[in-house]
Design a protein around this ligand. Sequence first.
Ligand SMILES: N[C@@H](CCC(=O)N[C@@H](CS)C(=O)NCC(=O)O)C(=O)O
Length: 51
Amino acid sequence: MIKIVSFKICPFVQRVTAALEAKQIPYEIEYISLKDKPQWFLDISPNAKCL
Ligand SMILES: N[C@@H](CCC(=O)N[C@@H](CS)C(=O)NCC(=O)O)C(=O)O
């Protein structure tokens, strides 16, 4: 299952989820706070950005 990490109103993520829904590809999404990014997110996102 595709996992998307985002914050609530990220336009980059909204484009991705719109495409996934149009293609009926299942995904899960986890929201994080950009003001308090969790360490696990920093470990997997070299630029510390969602998408
Ligand atoms: N990858 C995108 C940018 C993605 C991006 O900036 N996402 C925002 C959320 S909409 C983000 O993660 N910001 C984190 C931050 O600025 O600390 C690009 O190259 O244009």
